[in-house]
Design a protein around this ligand. Structure first.
Ligand code: C2O
Ligand code: CU
Ligand code: CU
Length: 476
């Protein structure tokens, strides 16, 4: 049960500080940043397998515009976005805007962009959209894991109210998008062993912004605002900033009420956080380290013995440095302090309906399932699993009856986490993905706002999603 402590996103305890720098991150080759201008962001994202520099080598992986991760999309609430997806892969794909509250008719994961075709996504970001660190990635059923693990992912920043807070305006800013890769002898993404597809494929090569241990500058006496995105297909990170404090200021879908100092940060696939790191320690280098997280495969690995580590897509647990925060020595004379208050998180009204979602491993013959279920059903194209009314608030009890961790993700609307294993959460957060370790139960509250249509919820271990751990939600 110690695991549980880790699991909660924010096991509060004093410890380390973090990284960041202003507008951009140290990347040798320049990371394309597409920023909206006069309320419009227009660009083409070409998905293609290409040779890119990845860590300390060159690899033929899946890229957007020849970059891994893909370009940073940087927009404001109220902006119009027009993204043309140019599919130069040899398989169908599409785009999902993870973290955006827009119509599911546009952010439509059922849409197919065939190989060789283009498709234009055009939408307005609501003017009251919460300040969010999101990301975009393919969501084409049965290929999501393969395409994301191949490298397809990029950051999506929505600026808004949180950016108006003076201390945040003065902070320098950095992004850290974390991916893991497993390459074959040709330096291409390898085909995982069927067992790895079942557990969720992982790779040994852990990269931040496509680099091995990137340096992020932390202004001495200043503040660094660091956005972390877990864009891995399956890997759950347990992160610490060693010997330095870091403070949580926002979760998946927006700010929290006030900064909270973190120790251990558990980040499941799909989850994001924003942190503030004060440059008030002894100047030097401080590392963000990834520690093994037990997501339920440990016992099975032990049962298999060493041989399991020969299977492509299965890795031994180990520790690795993800990034280094380096003090920038241009010291400010006036130290910047953390803001006392961020944005209040209004509790959602009490719910009109309660529902249960049971995550488990099993068979749904009708769906021709490969073994992962929600309420005993596997995903079936066109089959609505849950129908709700626009404007309603509902409490969803999500019960993980399985021996593996299953991070639960809902599209379109954000939610608040009410309790975990019967214990109320210490403070309110806005989320769209919530971690569930083996046998955990979480209660979330969600209001279906603004957009009717068909959307989805699923496990964000993408192999599980592809193997059926997904349901269709119709908002009417
Ligand atoms: Cu980031 Cu449906 O996913
Ligand atoms: Cu999503
Ligand atoms: Cu899962």
């Amino acid at each position: 049960m110690r695991r549980r402590q880790f699991l909660s996103l924010l096991a509060a305890a004093p410890s380390a500080v973090l990284i960041s720098q202003c507008r951009g991150t140290s990347r040798r080759n320049g990371w394309q940043r597409a920023k909206s201008q006069n309320g419009l962001l227009e660009l083409t994202l070409q998905a293609k397998q290409r040779s890119v520099s990845l860590g300390n080598q060159s690899a033929r992986v899946l890229s957007y515009n020849g970059q891994v991760p893909g370009p940073v999309l940087d927009v404001k609430a109220g902006d119009r976005v027009a993204v043309t997806l140019d599919n130069q892969l040899d398989t169908p794909t599409n785009l999902h805007y993870h973290g955006l509250h827009i119509s599911p008719d546009i952010d439509n994961v059922f849409h197919e962009v065939a190989a060789g075709e283009q498709y234009r996504y055009e939408f307005d970001i609501p003017s009251n959209h919460p300040t969010t660190t999101g990301w975009y990635h393919p969501h084409y059923h049965l290929m999501t894991a393969q395409q994301v693990f191949g490298g397809l992912a990029g950051p999506l920043i929505i600026r808004g109210e949180l950016d108006e807070i003076p201390e945040i305006q003065q902070a320098s800013e950095a992004l850290l998008l974390i991916q893991d890769f497993a390459l074959n002898d040709q330096n291409e993404p390898l085909q995982p062993h069927p067992l790895a597809e079942r557990w969720g494929r992982e790779g040994n090569l852990l990269l931040g912004n496509g680099q091995q241990n990137p340096i992020i500058e932390l202004p001495q006496n200043g503040l660094l605002r660091l956005r972390l995105i877990n864009a891995s297909a399956s890997r759950i990170y347990q992160l610490q900033l060693l010997e330095h404090p870091w403070h949580l200021i926002a979760t998946d879908r927006g700010a929290i009420a006030e900064p909270v100092e973190l120790d251990n940060l558990i980040l499941s696939p799909g989850e994001r956080v924003e942190l503030l790191i004060p440059g008030d320690r002894e100047p030097g280098d401080y590392v963000i380290k990834s520690f093994p997280y037990e997501r339920g495969t440990g016992e099975m690995m032990a049962a298999f013995g060493q041989s399991v580590l020969q299977m492509p897509g299965i890795t031994a647990p180990n520790e690795q440095v993800i990034a280094t925060l380096r003090y920038e020595r241009r010291a400010r004379t006036e130290p910047l302090t953390l803001p006392k208050k961020l944005l209040s998180v209004e509790p959602l009204p009490s719910a009109q309906h309660q529902r249960q979602f049971i995550l488990n491993h099993g068979i749904d013959y009708e769906a021709g399932s490969t073994g992962f279920t929600i309420n005993e059903k596997s995903f079936m194209m066109g089959r609505v699993n849950t129908r709700v009314s626009l404007g309603d608030t509902e409490d969803w009890t999500i019960i993980n009856k399985a021996s593996l961790a299953h991070p639960f993700h809902l599209h379109t609307n954000r939610f608040q986490v009410l309790s975990r294993n019967g214990k109320p959460e210490p403070y309110l957060v806005w989320k769209d993905t919530v971690a569930l370790a083996a046998y955990e139960t979480v209660v979330i509250r969600v209001r279906f706002e603004d957009f009717p249509g068909k959307t989805v919820y699923h496990c964000h271990v993408l192999d599980h999603e592809d193997r059926g751990m997904m349901g269709i939600l119709e908002i009417v």
